[in-house]
Design a protein around this ligand. Structure first.
Ligand code: GLA
Ligand code: ZN
Length: 704
């Protein structure tokens, strides 16, 4: 697999934001102030033009590049880099009115009005041609500009369109995939409810009662986005070959199989808006961000990636938009860097005066100027990132354990009626995340990989809820275990094939009963408030454990039973089993265990397989990126409370006050400490100050 590792060339961690000078045309004082304040905040780069199509082409074939010429020049002169965004994320009104076919159609067959964003039809030849045209203009004009560091292609490309163009393209796609209608009918099991298709033209884009169709529709939509992206990038590749290309991802977004997308890109970038500061759950949420960052690292082939959007302050789209508590923002930024981010960019540089995002956090507030808590905090982050220059380009260390994250398994589970859905509907990701957290709490480092990755690089591969399991993947995983690896599978493993058809011969399929030494006869889905007791010696230290939501009724067929169900009518049936498989070991956990139980299992696993681990108090995390001059280490307290740790002889620097810490140390709430690099600035950050400087209204123009 291609490793998307061509990053913008830079010897430091990049720092910047989405920047919309097109919203401020004619306001020269503001535009000048932007540059001055970017320099003051330690900014290196900005994404420009994301929603600026009409500002660049106000009517068909009429181009108004002057403002962008001037912006590029201003950036070059100030030593700032541009991530130039071809503007496909939002269609121009004139194009949308001239060619309604570029507007998306919903499942109900209704075409959307003009407006909104991220809502073009990905199939429309008219839109594809228009996008290729404007991109050709941009690439020809700016493709070799000294300020250009990266092509930021589109923005959060996603969603689906049910227009005739898309449905016809879907049918053609199905012909290529299945060959004949007879094969398609077999794959989708369409004799059920009399759904047999007798002509390609009968196939709809949506029928929730046909879960094979749903799988293929999701695959098709994903392919359509990738081919849209390829079409969009073609002129950039041709006319600006020296400049890398990315498009910004959205973590584990449902409809986008980013493993596939990553093969088309030079580098990986992601948007994430963590909300760690929760009274009860902050460390769990922070580990949730680690999970997403690890996925990005995996998508980047283990190398660095770019954090393309986060908020320097609150967002405007939660029900409650909290300000970040002192230390939280700095920690979120450093956490991304510790996980391999070589850029930290915000949405957004400056708040617009109107529109949907006028109250979304930004580096520059409506008040203008730099006299704000957020600006001061951002400037301090800028200085810290400058001192972290030595980490740029360094790959984070490879972990001994990998979790497989597989969009296809998620789609199949999602599409199937029966298995109990998670509270947010996404049982698959929930299971992956829970196992990630439990592994990390057990002191194990974890990478995220795809189902077609090279497993042999890992000691243990965990495949949470790998519900759809094609025979080839099952064979590769079995071979990994046979060669001496550890394979951990959970409930909901190997129920269906790639068409969402159940495996025969008993679960887990295909032919995995022998590999795991068990048979999964049936599954009990529990009431929301129901708990089933689980007993096994390895849970004694956790004071026993229990399961919620899902309990499979397993039978050992050669595997050793490590734990059994201890309540319900099937009490005594095994629920955690271990099997020797040639040179390796397989483990099967047939129930959704409570957190402490799941952690206890991974502690047991680490001990049994002698895996390297580092146990720290709950919510305290240590990460490193290793360079030629040795490692740079990050130590975080993800909790809202003080936590005592013993640093021994090691010397860390606390960013909150510049203190050197060693030996027995009390970590403050949301503390961030560094070792191996001396932070150039010391906080306290502005929010610690009980008497913030009174805000003096400022003229928005700064001296040049
Ligand atoms: C997304 C978009 C941005 C902006 C932010 C707001 O990530 O890409 O344009 O709307 O959300 O949080
Ligand atoms: Zn369409």
């Amino acid at each position: 697999m291609n490793r998307p590792s061509r990053l913008p060339s830079c010897e430091r961690v990049l720092y910047g934001a989405d920047y919309n000078p097109d919203q401020w045309l004619g306001e020269d004082a503001v535009l000048r102030e932007d540059i001055a304040l970017m320099r003051k905040a330690g900014v290196t780069s900005a994404s420009i033009g994301i929603f600026a199509w009409t500002a660049l082409e106000p009517s068909p074939g009429v181009y108004t590049f002057q403002w962008l010429d001037e912006t590029m020049e201003r950036f070059a002169k100030a030593g700032l880099s541009v991530f130039l965004a071809p503007p496909s994320a939002s269609k121009p009104m004139w194009l949308s009115e001239l060619h309604p076919e570029i507007r998306r159609v919903g499942r109900d067959g209704r075409r959307e009005p003009s407006g909104g964003r991220h809502n073009h039809c990905p199939t429309s030849p008219v839109y594809r041609a228009a996008v290729a045209r404007i991109n050709r203009e941009l690439a020809a004009r700016y493709g070799k500009h000294p300020a250009l560091a990266l092509w930021h292609v589109g923005n959060e490309l996603n969603g689906e369109c049910h227009c005739d163009l898309c449905i016809n393209a879907f049918r053609d796609w199905l012909k290529r995939r299945h060959g004949s209608l007879a094969d398609l009918n077999r794959a989708w099991w369409t004799s059920f409810w009399n759904h047999t298709f007798t002509d390609w033209s009968q196939i709809p884009s949506h029928d929730p009662s046909n879960d094979g169709l749903t799988m293929d529709w999701l695959r098709f939509v994903n392919d359509q986005h990738v081919s849209f992206l390829e079409n969009e990038m073609a002129p950039l590749r041709e006319l600006s070959p020296g400049v890398p290309r990315t498009t910004n991802f959205m973590g584990t977004n449902r409809g986008t199989n980013y493993w596939q997308w990553s093969r088309s890109l030079d580098c990986i970038s992601n948007d994430i808006y963590p909300l760690h500061d929760d009274r009860a759950d902050s460390w769990r949420k922070a580990l949730g961000s680690d999970f997403i960052h690890s996925l990005m690292r995996g998508l980047a082939g283990g190398g660095p990636w770019l954090l393309m959007e986060c908020s320097p302050s609150a967002v405007n789209w939660h029900k409650i938009n909290k300000l970040k508590r002192p230390g939280v923002h700095l920690q979120e930024v450093l956490q991304a860097v510790a996980n391999g981010a070589d850029a930290i960019h915000y949405f957004q540089w400056r708040k617009g005066l109107g529109g949907h995002e006028k109250f979304h956090g930004a580096v520059i507030d409506h008040a203008g100027g730099s006299d704000s808590r957020v600006f001061r905090e951002c400037a301090e982050v800028g200085r810290v990132l400058q001192t972290l220059a030595p980490v740029a380009g360094l790959a984070p260390e490879r972990a001994p354990v990998a979790i497989v994250y597989d969009w296809e398994a998620r789609w199949a589970l999602d599409a199937s009626a029966g298995p109990k859905k998670a509270a947010d509907g996404d049982r698959y990701t929930e299971t992956c995340l829970e196992h990630f957290r439990a592994l990390r709490c057990a002191g194990l480092e974890v990478d995220l990989i795809s189902a077609d990755a090279d497993f042999s690089a890992y000691r243990v591969v965990v495949t949470p809820a790998l519900y759809a399991l094609p025979a080839t993947t099952a064979r590769r995983l079995s071979a990994f275990a046979a060669a001496g690896g550890g394979w951990v599978a959970t409930y909901l493993t190997g129920y269906v094939d790639e068409h969402n058809r159940c495996w025969r011969g008993g679960f887990p399929g295909p032919e995995l009963r022998a590999v795991f030494g068990l048979w999964n006869e049936e599954v009990d889905y529990l009431f929301d408030d129901e708990k089933v007791r689980v007993e096994g010696a390895l849970f004694d230290s956790a004071g026993g454990t229990f399961a919620t939501d899902i309990v499979e009724r397993l039978h050992a067929e050669g595997a050793e039973t490590l734990a059994t169900v201890a309540s319900e009518f099937y009490a005594g049936s095994p629920v955690l089993l271990r099997n020797n498989w040639e040179l390796g070991d397989t483990f099967y956990l047939g129930a959704r265990l409570a957190e402490e139980g799941c952690i206890a299992f991974y502690e047991y696993l680490a001990g049994e397989l002698d895996l390297p681990r580092l146990v720290l108090p709950r919510g305290v995390v240590r990460k490193s990126r290793v360079g030629a001059d040795g490692p740079i280490e990050f130590l975080f307290n993800y909790t809202r409370e003080e936590v005592a740790v013993d640093l021994g002889e090691e010397r860390f620097h606390r960013l909150a006050d510049g203190q050197t810490c060693r030996g027995k140390t009390t970590l403050r709430p949301y503390d961030s400490l560094l070792k191996g690099v001396l932070p150039a600035c010391v906080f306290p950050l502005a929010p610690h100050d009980p008497h913030p400087t009174r805000h003096e209204p400022q003229a928005s123009a700064l001296p040049r």
